[in-house]
Design a protein around this ligand. Sequence first.
Ligand code: HEC
Ligand code: HEC
Length: 398
Amino acid sequence: MDCTIFTNHHLFMKTKLFFLSAAVIGTLSSCLSDKVDSELMSYSKEELLEIQKHLNLPEGVDDYTLNLPKNLSSFPIQVNNKQATLGRVLFYDKRLSSNKEVNCATCHLPEKAFTDGEQFSQGVAEERTSRNTLALGSFPSFNAYYGFGGTRMFWDNRASSVMEQSAETMKNPVEMGNTDLGEVADELLQERFYQILFDKAFHNEGNMSNEDKMLTALQAFVSSIGCYQTRYDYALTKSDDKPESDFTKYGFTKEENLGKQLFNDNCASCHNLGAGFATTIVAANNGLDLNYSDEGISAITNQSTDEGQFKVPMLRNIELTGPYMHDGRFKTLEAVIEHYNSGVKSHPNLHPNLKNSVGNPKKLNLTEEEKQAMVAFLKTLTDKESLALGRYSDPFKH
Ligand code: HEC
Ligand code: HEC
């Protein structure tokens, strides 16, 4: 979005805002707030003192701009830095849950690429979640992956945005257990530091409810998370975005390069690692079961052809996000590879990419060495450095 034409006419546009449609107002006011943002980069002394009583936040505002590799550079992710800053605080605040003991990071820990290492997760209830926590460590990939406007959340893709996902999670009786999100937001705003942070993040959005501000800020933070400093991205960029080329020239071992080849041949048709890889498939049945106890997308659509279909997850940081699959059934990457090698079930909805020429589940017949090579390749998709960035960490002084 190009804001420059608007900022020149800043005051003029402001008086005209009333006459424009809601969608256009959204666009314009975010342009206007960009302009004002730069004038309000830092807090007053009093504000900073108040904030730093409770939070480890910098004097200025953290820059959440991502440095994307070339193959993804046509998908710029713009987040509002002040909204992301507020979102970071909310993400780590336990007051977002009914018993004040659970925050988003209870299940989404940065050092585990924003998963929790559990098969199923513990929120406010004794009962655990019915699905494995999804990683957030490569979030903008989803924009690249599904295309703009098409990003959908959860294993069954039922939420259309992070705002919708966050609202659902906060109200889920097993996860965060709230009934009225407006009340949650109003309660937070009793706190002086939240008044300051909300005001900085939304000074031009007088009509937005506190609940929507809270959800918008969470969305900004979650959307800012990205892990693109991987050895794979480095080699792909060096190769001029040719995933099929010899990556031993760009730092891969022979084993990793063999794994990449096998991945390109058998996996990349579904797991898109960026624009350099083949077709994009949003959801699929990957033959885990003949009878699924969790029906996946068909529970939403009531279409039997959707049974056992789940989101095709991004594999960035996959080394850190086990256990694997929607129900966390596989503890290790070796077990995942063995599934694709020999364990794919002949479900009626099994995706064609996992079938052989006569329509049966494909057997890959990989040697031990090849299986290990695939695991080694998957580990080139790890970016611990980005996960450790201060701007993603818990800001609370405990
Ligand atoms: C009790 C554990 C728990 C808590 C707390 C929790 N989540 Fe999650 N999160 C999950 C699970 C489990 C899933 C997958 C659920 C599903 O697909 O049905 C998930 C999915 C997501 C997704 C979807 C990712 C994708 O790729 O589709 C996002 C985004 C997310 N969570 C963000 C948050 C935010 C923001 C918060 C705090 C407001 C939060 N989560 C709190 C467990 C949790
Ligand atoms: C037909 C499309 C398709 C192909 C081909 C495919 N996958 Fe998957 N993959 C999926 C789907 C769908 C899921 C999630 C399934 C579920 O949880 O029910 C998945 C899940 C995974 C997971 C677990 C991710 C997580 O976060 O838990 C890994 C790892 C994985 N696949 C690796 C591979 C590898 C390696 C190959 C090649 C040998 C491959 N996949 C081939 C569709 C595919």
